[in-house]
Ligand binder design. Structure first.
Ligand SMILES: *Cc1c(COP(=O)(O)O)cnc(C)c1O
Length: 484
C-alpha cells in the first residue's frame, strides 16, 4: 500500500514532498503580483475540466495539477501589493511544522491520541494566558476568532443562567458595539438568544466603545427587565484597527458584575510588542479573550485560541463520553474544553515559531507593521488626491480617492470599482468597507517586510485606476451628449 504514508512509502513521501516544496519555492521565486488576474470564468473552466471520476493519475501528476491549477492562481499574502484583508505572511518554522502535522496527523481531542501534543498545547495556552495576565487562566486552541467568540459567549451564557436568579434565555442581552465583529451577532443567534439580544453601545469618533455609554446601556438592560449576559469589547476593530478602552470598560463591567469578553483576534499581536503592550492594559480583567494567531502571529490558517481567566469556566459545557473521555478519568482530554472533537494540533506551528524567533522578535515584527502603517497614513494624508479617513492603533488604512472638485457621490461610486479593477488585474489587492455610511477603500498591512515605497506603489495604482475610470465616465458622457 504505497498510497498511504507508512514505513513502506517513506521514500515516496520524501519524493512527493521534495517535488512539492520545489514547485512551491519556484512560485515564491517567480510570482510578481498577489494574484494571476485570471477571470472567474476561466478558473471555472479549469476546475470543471478536471475529471474527478477518472482513473487516478498518480501522485506526481496530481501534485503537478495542484501546482498548475491552485498555486498558479492562488492569492499570495506575502506579496507587498496584497493589502486587502487580515491575512499575514507565514513564519517559516510554522510552515515546516505544518508539514509535520500533516504527516503525523494527531488529534488533540484526547490525551491518548496526542500525548505530548496535548501537553505542548496546554503549555502554549498557559503561555498566552500569562501574556494576557491571567494568573490561573485556561483556554483552548480553536479554528479561528469566530469559533473563539462563539465559545466565549456560550460559556458566558451558561455563567449568566447559573448566576443570575430568574434569568432565562430570552432575557439575556449581549452588549457589543457597531465596530464589533459580525461573529458576535451570529453567535447570539446560534446560542438561541432573542433576536434583539445584541445591543450596540455607542462609539467614539474612532469607533471605540464608550464606557459612559456602556454604563447607560447596562442600566437600560436592567430597566427593561433583561439580564446582561456579556459585554464584548474589541481590541483591534476589523476596519479601523482601534482598541476599545479596556480598563474603563472593565470598570463598568466590574461595577455591574458582568462578564467581559475581549475580542483580540486582530490586536493580540500587541501581547508580544515591547513598545505597545500598554494598548491592551485592562485585558487581564476580562473573563475571556479571543486571540487569532493566524492574524497577528504570522501563523498559517488555522491557529486561534480562546483564553479564560478561570480555567474551570470552560468546563461549564463539558461533556463526557464513555468511549472517549469518561468522567472521573485522570487524563488531560482537551475535548472536555473544546467545541470540536477531532481537532488539529495547530499549537505546534506557534510552538515552532516561538522557539525559532522568540517572542521579542515576533513583537518587533508586529511593531514593524504598525510603524509601516503610521508612515503610510502620513503619505495618504499628504496626498492631494487621497483622503485619509480615520486613525488606527494597529495596521489599517481607511481612505478614499477624492481630488478636490470630485463630489462625494462620484467619489463613493469609485470605491467598489477601483477595488474590482485592481483585483481583476491581479496587480494589487485592496479591500473596501463602509465608514460612517460612506464606502471607502481599506488597506490592512500585516507584512513587516513591506516598505512604504511598496505601499506607495499600491496607492499609485489606486490613483491611476480611479483617474482612468473617471476619464472613461467623462468620455461616455461626451458620447451621450453627442448622440443627443
Ligand atoms: C477576523 C476577526 C474575527 C474572526 O476571526 P476568524 O479567525 O476569521 O474566524 C473575530 N473578531 C475580529 C475582531 C476579527 O478581526
Amino acid at each position: 500500500m504505497h498510497e498511504l504514508l507508512s514505513a513502506a512509502s517513506a521514500d515516496a513521501y520524501v519524493d512527493a514532498l521534495r517535488g512539492t516544496v520545489d514547485r512551491v519555492a519556484t512560485r515564491f521565486r517567480t510570482t510578481t503580483q498577489p494574484f494571476s488576474g485570471a477571470s472567474r470564468e476561466h478558473l471555472q473552466v479549469l476546475v470543471d475540466a478536471v475529471d474527478l471520476d477518472g482513473p487516478g493519475c498518480g501522485t506526481p501528476a496530481a501534485l503537478r495539477e495542484v501546482d498548475e491549477l491552485f498555486a498558479q492562481h492562488a492569492v499570495w499574502f506575502h506579496d507587498p501589493a496584497y493589502t486587502a484583508h487580515l491575512n499575514c505572511p507565514v513564519a517559516l518554522p510554522a510552515v515546516a511544522a505544518e508539514a509535520v502535522l500533516a504527516a503525523v496527523n494527531p488529534s488533540v481531542d484526547t490525551y491518548d491520541q496526542s500525548t505530548v501534543g496535548t501537553l505542548m498545547e496546554r503549555r502554549l495556552v498557559a503561555w498566552t494566558a500569562g501574556r494576557v495576565g491571567f494568573v490561573a487562566g485556561g483556554g483552548v486552541f480553536t479554528s479561528g476568532g469566530t469559533q473563539s467568540n462563539l465559545q466565549a459567549l456560550l460559556v458566558a451564557r451558561e455563567h449568566a443562567l447559573a448566576t443570575r436568579p430568574g434569568a432565562v434565555l430570552a432575557d439575556l442581552v449581549v452588549l457589543a458595539s457597531a465596530s464589533s465583529h459580525f461573529s458576535v451577532q451570529r453567535s447570539a443567534r446560534l446560542l438561541g438568544l432573542a433576536h434583539d439580544a445584541v445591543r450596540l453601545v455607542p462609539v467614539d469618533e474612532r469607533g471605540r466603545m464608550r464606557p459612559d455609554a456602556l454604563a447607560i446601556a447596562l442600566r437600560h438592560v436592567e430597566r427593561d427587565g433583561r439580564h446582561p449576559m456579556a459585554v464584548v469589547a474589541t481590541a483591534g476593530t476589523t476596519d479601523r484597527g482601534c482598541v476599545d478602552p479596556l480598563a474603563a470598560v472593565a470598570d463598568v463591567c466590574d461595577a455591574a458584575d458582568v462578564w467581559l469578553h475581549v475580542d483580540a483576534a486582530y490586536g493580540c499581536g500587541l501581547l508580544v510588542s515591547r513598545t505597545r503592550r500598554h494598548l491592551l492594559d485592562g485585558v487581564e480583567r476580562a473573563r475571556s479573550v479571543t486571540v487569532d494567531f493566524h492574524k497577528a502571529f504570522f501563523q498559517p490558517v488555522s491557529s486561534s485560541a480562546l483564553l479564560v481567566r478561570h480555567a474551570a469556566d470552560l468546563r461549564l459545557v463539558a461533556h463526557h463520553h464513555d468511549y472517549l473521555n469518561p468522567a472521573g478519568e485522570d487524563e488531560p482530554n482537551q475535548v472536555d474544553v473544546s467545541l470540536q472533537t477531532t481537532r488539529r494540533f495547530d499549537a505546534l506551528k506557534l510552538w515552532a515559531t516561538l522557539r525559532a524567533l522568540g517572542p521579542d522578535r515576533l513583537g518587533e515584527m508586529v511593531d514593524a507593521t504598525i510603524d509601516l502603517t503610521a508612515a503610510v497614513h502620513d503619505v495618504v494624508d499628504a496626498d492631494p488626491d487621497l483622503r485619509l479617513l480615520s486613525p488606527t492603533d494597529l495596521s489599517t488604512v481607511l481612505f478614499r480617492y477624492q481630488p478636490s472638485g470630485l463630489d462625494d457621490a462620484r467619489a463613493d461610486a469609485l470605491v467598489g470599482r477601483v477595488r474590482r479593477v485592481l483585483f481583476d488585474s491581479g496587480r494589487a489587492l485592496v479591500a473596501r468597507t463602509t465608514l460612517d455610511g460612506r464606502p471607502c477603500l481599506k488597506l490592512t498591512l500585516l507584512n513587516p517586510a513591506t516598505t512604504v515605497d511598496d505601499v506607495r506603489g499600491v496607492l499609485d495604482l489606486v490613483r491611476q485606476t480611479a483617474a482612468a475610470l473617471l476619464e472613461g465616465e467623462e468620455l461616455l458622457r461626451q458620447d451621450e451628449a453627442v448622440a443627443r
